[in-house]
Each structure stands twice: as structure tokens, then as C-alpha cells.
Design a protein around this ligand. Structure first.
Ligand code: FE
Ligand code: FE
Ligand code: ZN
Length: 304
């Protein structure tokens, strides 16, 4: 089983800190943003402390090729503004070079938002942009994992068919994979409770060989709400059992599974003291048994 969470990469420690954080959670994989997800300021590759971090991973049973990188969510390859689209292409190209230097095999990307241009134009822009990015990084084998989206606003990638259309339009499509996010798929209207049937559908439309990353999140909203609000495991409409089944499913053992559940806050309106629940959530998933009241206990003990 390959199980972890998103972790931070910042300060002086950079990737070393990410590995230490993952080890603290008893994870054997993890996902990072190479900088703040909402901006594009990045440190140069030689300051990421990649070599030391890789040694620390190997010494502790983390396969460096299981590290997942997430591109910042402000990149919109479907931006109707040509200059902004070309900035997104430039930035994603740099980001892929960084992710490759880190050793990741997949960089997760939100396909984009068509804003007001409509799905067809949006898909055409995304595909053109991806062609350009792949042409500029021809010598690299790292894949871009298109994430299944919730369908909020004008997001592209809300259905397997939309992802398929992007894949079909991209020339170097062997470098496209898919990240399946449980919260997003549920919010987009898919029934993740009937997981095997859903994966057969995924196989029909996209092909299971493209599935390379899972994001495991419960959802604060009912199926089909198109909201994208993640919940802690067992605290939402998906429920613990469905997510635990994916973790323990023998068909998907080799695929990194990443938690992006919310940090626990003191109360719903206070963000002052926050606590990442990943150590506890990972422990609960490994044990394959839901602990009722876990998040409330974390709130009392760590985020009060
Ligand atoms: Fe994402
Ligand atoms: Fe996600
Ligand atoms: Zn999300």
C-alpha cells in the first residue's frame, strides 16, 4: 500500500522538510507543491535539497519515484487571454523540470477553466497548451496527471469523457496520466460508493493504465453538488468505508494515495490554530477501522 498526504516544502529545509513531515505521519509517499499553490514564486532547483532528501527517503523505505508533485492551481491552460495562457505554458514547463529533478513520475494538474469560452474551446486551448509544454520538455519522461474535477464553475475535467477528449487531442498523449480525486468525482456526480463499477467505467472511457495517483478526500457535500469542499475521513458524504476500501484494494496497491483532507481548526470560523490530521487519518486507514469522534478529539487536544 502506498499511502501519504500532501506535505509542505518551504523554509530552509525544503524537500528535506517534506520527507521529515511524511515520515512523521508514517507515510510512504507524499505530495508537494514546489512553492505556494496560489502563486508562481519558486526557488531554484539547487536550493530544494533534493539529494539529501532522496537519501532520507531511501533510508526510510520511501521510493523517490512515488513522490507526487502538484502544479499550482492558478495555472489555467485554458485561459481565454492569450498572454496569460502563454504564461501558464511557460510556468508549467519550468514546473515540470523541477518535478523531474525531484524525481517525480507524475505532476498533477487541474486541466483548466474555460471561463466563458465553452467546453469545446477550453479543451482546444488545454490541448494546444499541453502540446507546447510536452514539445519543450521532449527529453523528459515525467507525465502530467490530469485531475478529475468537481465541475465547480467552468472547470474542465468534470467527466471522464472530458479528460478523454483532452487525451485524444494531445500529440504526446503517452505523457498524460490521470489523478482520481474521490471528493471531486463524487461532487461531479459519480457514485464512488460503487467503486468497482466506477473503475470499470473509468477503464472504458479513459483506460486504467492511465490511473497513476489517487487523492483521497471525503466530501462536505452530497453527490453531484459541484462544490469541491474536502472533508476529513468519515466526516462527509463519502464515508470512511469507501475510502478505506480503495486503500486496501489489491488492484490499486502500486498507486500513490494522497490525503488532502482539511487541517483541523479550533472552530469553523477560527483559522488561528490548525493541526494536520494526517498521522491519525493514515493510522485509521491502515487499521481499516473508523474511529468515531477522531477529528473532535484532535480539535480538543491540538487545535483548542
Ligand atoms: Fe488538485
Ligand atoms: Fe485533489
Ligand atoms: Zn479539491
Amino acid at each position: 500500500m502506498k499511502l501519504g498526504s500532501h506535505v509542505s516544502m518551504s523554509g530552509k529545509k525544503m524537500l528535506m522538510g517534506s520527507v521529515e513531515e511524511a515520515l512523521h505521519y508514517d507515510a510512504n509517499t507524499f505530495m508537494i507543491y514546489t512553492g505556494a499553490p496560489q502563486n508562481t514564486r519558486r526557488k531554484s532547483i539547487d536550493r530544494l535539497r533534493i539529494e539529501e532528501a532522496r537519501d532520507l527517503m531511501v533510508d526510510n523505505g520511501i521510493d523517490p519515484s512515488d513522490v507526487v508533485v502538484h502544479a499550482p492551481y492558478i495555472i489555467n491552460l485554458a485561459n481565454p487571454d492569450k498572454d496569460k495562457r502563454s504564461f501558464a505554458v511557460d510556468f508549467l514547463t519550468e514546473e515540470i523540470i523541477r518535478a523531474d529533478a525531484i524525481g517525480a513520475q507524475d505532476i498533477v494538474l487541474h486541466p483548466g477553466s474555460h471561463v466563458k469560452e465553452g467546453v469545446d474551446t477550453g479543451i482546444a486551448y488545454v490541448s494546444e497548451s499541453l502540446d507546447e509544454v510536452f514539445a519543450r520538455t521532449e527529453d523528459l519522461s515525467i507525465r502530467i496527471a490530469l485531475e478529475t474535477m468537481s465541475g465547480k464553475g467552468t472547470e474542465l475535467g468534470r467527466s471522464f469523457e472530458e479528460l478523454r477528449r483532452i487525451i485524444d487531442h494531445v500529440e504526446a498523449s503517452h505523457r498524460l496520466s490521470v489523478c482520481f480525486d474521490t471528493c471531486h468525482a463524487h461532487d461531479a456526480g459519480y457514485d464512488v460508493h460503487d467503486f468497482d463499477a466506477l473503475m470499470r467505467h473509468f477503464d472504458d472511457i479513459i483506460g486504467l493504465e492511465r490511473l497513476r495517483v489517487f487523492h483521497l478526500n471525503d466530501s462536505k457535500n452530497p453527490r453531484g453538488a459541484n462544490k469541491d469542499r474536502h472533508a476529513n475521513l468519515g466526516e462527509g458524504y463519502i464515508g470512511f468505508d469507501t475510502i478505506a476500501r480503495i486503500v486496501h484494494h489489491s488492484d490499486y496497491e502500486a498507486i500513490p494515495k494522497i490525503l488532502e483532507t482539511p487541517y483541523v481548526t479550533a472552530s469553523d470560523d477560527s483559522k488561528k490554530r490548525v493541526y494536520p490530521p494526517y498521522k491519525e487519518e493514515i493510522e485509521m486507514l491502515k487499521a481499516n477501522a473508523y474511529t468515531p469522534g477522531l477529528i473532535e478529539r484532535i480539535r480538543r487536544n491540538h487545535a483548542g
